[in-house]
Design a binder for this molecule. Sequence first.
Ligand code: HEC
Ligand SMILES: [Cu+2]
Length: 323
Amino acid sequence: MSEQDSITSLVDYGTTWLPGSYSTLSDIVDVQFNVILWFSVFGTIGITLVTLYFCLKYKRTKKNQVAQKQIAHNMTVEVIWTVIPLIIVMGIFYWGFRDYLRLMVAPDDAMEIRVVGEKWRWYFEYPDTDKRPSDDLVVPVGQAVKLVMSSKDVLHSFFIPNFRVKRDVQPNRYSHLWFEATKIGTFQIFCTEYCGAQHSNMDAKLIVMSRSDFEEWKETGEDTETPLPILGKRLYKSKACNACHSIDGSRVIGPTWKNAYGTMRELESGESVLIDDNYLRESIVYPANKIAKGYPNVMNSYAGLLSDREINALIEYIKTLKE
Ligand code: HEC
Ligand SMILES: [Cu+2]
């Protein structure tokens, strides 16, 4: 079986209860979830049944007047129903805390990857390479990976359901998360903290590769072959420009790209500029320099995040959107 064949589909929904489990620690989370869940289910049903039984048994009737008697104290019963639950709950606490530490503390040999969240996309930086930020989180199988995460704007939350890991991602502060993938495949990453209009589009792919494929992937440079407009079209989605710019004339958060090239753009400053290559480039790299009239200044700079070729590709793509 080749590596391609063994790639699992995006999002393994698993059972009714939980999505498929693909990291070294996801099983311990599941075991604990299931034990506590079923313990609670039996507890709830058991207590309800006993309550109902007592209600009927000790119901006050003409024949049975015992129910009138008040019982203030029963030491034996009270000690039993305090000590037994205490032991059970402390056991769950010990177990939970021990596994919590395993989830929180990354092993020393973990590989570090930086995660940046911004409205409305994730991107991933590999500190030990000169690779450009990646739109997919690519990791080798069987290797502990530690994510160092921060946000450029608001609070986001990074969630890989199949790995049972989730953590808030804040501005001006780093949060951490670690995992070790057990299988080669592609998995879904979500943002699970409502972060504005396009929050539901804030997802990414986690691609788990064999170690040799991963080493190869790290070495691959940028795409120099795809024709510019086609590459631009791909980047429009992968760099999440589509969260704020439409290509069909509709207004999202920013101006549509349809029929934009070659027309005049009114700016907040009162000036007008021709939408040409220079204006487009400046708008991508320094969006705050010239604000389109009537639009909020919410676009992040893509300086350093897009190569020259990628910026050219986006411009060429915008040019093709003329009718
Ligand atoms: C968070 C929303 C958001 C995202 C994501 C975003 N933009 Fe923008 N963009 C805006 C807004 C709002 C404006 C208008 C205000 C301004 O000029 O900064 C704008 C303006 C522009 C303009 C000037 C357009 C004009 O008609 O004047 C260009 C070009 C542009 N963006 C390109 C991009 C590209 C390329 C990407 C993806 C790599 C991108 N934007 C991602 C919100 C966004
Ligand atoms: Cu978000």
